[in-house]
Design a binder for this molecule. Sequence first.
Ligand code: PHE
Length: 341
Amino acid sequence: MDINAIGAQVGPDIDKIVSLQEWESARVKYLGRKGLIAQLTAEIPNLPLQERGKFGQEANVLKNKILALLEEKKRSIEIQPAKSTMGAIDISLPGIAAQPGHLHPITQTIDEICMVFNRMGFSVVEGPEIETEENNFTGLNIPLEHPSRDAFDTFYLKPQAKSSQRLLLRSHTSPVQVRTMKSRKPPLAVVVPGRVYRPDAVDASHSFMFHQIEGVMVDAGIKFSDLKGVLEVFVKAIFGQDIKMRFRPHFFPFTEPSAEADISCIICKGKGCSVCGRKGWLEILGSGMIHPNVFKYVGYDPKKYTGFAFGLGIERIAMLKYGIDDIRLFFQNDLRFLKQF
Ligand code: PHE
């Protein structure tokens, strides 16, 4: 290779270098003991005498140029990693603040309600959302042909090949009464939060899925007044000491007698407004004394034990407590809504 060819090639050659390894092989290629410059100077003795000086000088200039190029390249390779790290992580920039989430308002309401009953000695149990027809209906004294079943009639699962039991999405938390009583002996006091499903068309006050809390207390000598006392403590803990509560006779197949409980309207304080439909009262739950047929079904002696049960809708409690006028807001995952709780 002649001196001009080497001179033309060395620039682009060194330009391409990106690592110290490549740099070292370029150094060997040009300046090594058997490198291109060494090969040039080895030629000198073969040249005519008068050309030797000029050629030697040119070779020297080229050698110095290569040295300078290599030196510069080496510095840029060594500096580069530091440079690019600086670009990627600038530790002087303000950090990204952590945005911790919080519990959903429904979960908060469940926790708050369970805590109130906890203080009165109730423990919290849960049951499955997929239930048997027995636990959801027949065990609760709701015969298959009973008209009150219509209101609860729900989503059935495709029949399982081997099981004889029809399965469904539970329409209330009451089947957990059956489950708990079947697996435990009195005395017992439990509350049961959970999801329930009904074939309701969705609007501002209805949802095909919502949450309930069931309460059950069973022992020898439990009276209707115990139910009333427990519920009074509950409504006052949630809505304040000034709230009034009343029972209204009602019918549920699994309680006898049965009652719905109302609280004085928290908006108008009982005077009558659009929220309470001018009645001054708001319905919040269903309740009653557990029906002897339910006791028989779970294997309790109805002559020995009495008990009460109640069931309340959690969305309704949260809506009243926080003044929310549309149940759909709970399920839309809109952070503008959720962040307010
Ligand atoms: N399960 C009833 C409902 O969903 C409420 C209820 C529970 C009534 C317990 C009485 C006793 O409407």
